[in-house]
Design a protein around this ligand. Structure first.
Ligand code: OAD
Length: 232
């Protein structure tokens, strides 16, 4: 018999216990930085140095952290389920933990791409992108990040994956940012939906959701054990 499909939508909260700041919690990144100044194409055009430095610092930090129990639990889930992770995170902690199917909605911090041709994407060696680093066609390289106001090219694929889930998990996201927050609308009616988040999540976004008010590092391993048990 083929394995049941579990789709997992993750956000910054799953990486919080690894030491990466979330965006909207108190002390989060968007309290320290103005989104418009570091995460838009307009910012890139008007203050490239600041945008490069912002993502260099994020990338440098990523080289210093490790996956946590939440990421590892999702790897274990693959023993009995066909697990598809859709992440809003630009870190690679799901891949580092060993998850095999990870779709990045908002880009990947360790990659850079041509500012003239978005299909030219490179793995960056080390953490530092510099002004003057160019693609093979001579254009400045930019962070491989989906900035506010830019299209989210992976959404149709993420919607398709969401629509074929047998079980849907949402972990560590405030569900504030669309179109990612709307993916749950593609889940078939009657599909069990679990949401792990210790904060005041707008669970009303997600009718019928089972809310697990815990941190990802403890809540995810517990739910995974339960799901593995039920798969027997
Ligand atoms: P947010 O910062 O908006 O939300 C983080 C969520 O994580 C909140 O609901 C917290 O309660 C929860 N949280 C905090 N600690 C946690 C823990 N230990 N375990 C589980 N949950 C925890 O982050 P996102 O929803 O991921 O986009 O933000 C979505 C997008 O907005 C990001 O991808 C980023 C940002 O602007 C771009 O930069 C394009």
């Amino acid at each position: 018999m083929s394995k049941k499909k579990i789709v997992v939508l993750t956000g910054a909260g799953i990486s919080a216990e690894s030491g990466i700041s979330t965006f909207r919690d108190s002390g989060g990144l968007w309290e320290k930085y103005d989104i418009m100044e570091v995460a838009t194409y307009e910012a890139w055009q008007s203050n490239m140095d600041m945008v490069i430095e912002f993502y260099n610092q994020r990338r440098k930090q990523l080289h210093e952290v490790k996956p946590n129990a939440g990421h590892y639990a999702l790897v274990k889930l693959e023993e009995k389920y066909d697990v598809h992770i859709i992440t809003q995170n630009v870190d690679d902690l799901h891949e580092q933990a060993g998850s095999s199917k990870v779709l990045h909605l908002h880009g990947e911090l360790k990659k850079v791409r041509s500012s003239a041709d978005e299909s030219i994407v490179y793995e960056l060696e080390g953490w530092e992108l510099k002004k003057g680093d160019t693609c093979e066609k001579g254009s400045q390289l930019r962070p491989h990040i989906v900035w506010f106001g830019e299209p989210v090219p992976m959404i149709p694929m993420a919607a398709e994956i969401s629509s074929t889930a047998d079980i849907y998990l949402i972990i560590g996201t405030s569900l504030n940012v669309y179109p990612a927050a709307g993916l749950v609308n593609y889940v078939k009616p009657g599909t069990p939906i679990f949401l792990i988040d210790p904060g005041e999540v707008h669970a009303s976004h997600v009718p019928g959701v089972k809310l697990i008010k815990e941190k990802a590092g403890t809540g995810t391993p517990k739910l995974v054990e339960e799901l593995l048990e039920n798969a027997k």
